[in-house]
Design a protein around this ligand. Structure first.
Ligand code: SF4
Length: 79
């Protein structure tokens, strides 16, 4: 998820392997249905890695196991 610390720099949007990030009305937003925390493409969430204000953080309301994230990635990409 992206917190209200977001300064709308746009750095995270192109880094997402699932195109889960887009500009919202006030700040950038992550579609939790598309977010796999970058698993299995990367071991680290790329949005969190590039965000200059550490606004990309794990969403406590969307905890998923690695297996669930891998299955989600496959479903999203038709694998
Ligand atoms: Fe907002 Fe951080 Fe994304 Fe920039 S990288 S748009 S500050 S969440």
């Amino acid at each position: 998820m992206i917190t209200e610390e977001c300064i709308n720099c746009g750095a995270c949007e192109p880094e997402c392997p699932n195109q889960a990030i887009e500009a919202g009305d006030e700040i950038y937003v992550i579609d939790a249905e598309k977010c796999t925390e970058c698993i299995p493409v990367y071991e680290e969430s790329q949005c969190a890695a590039v965000c200059p204000v550490d606004a990309c953080v794990p969403d406590p309301n969307h905890k998923e196991s690695r297996e669930e994230l891998e299955e989600k990635y496959k479903a999203l990409h038709g694998e």
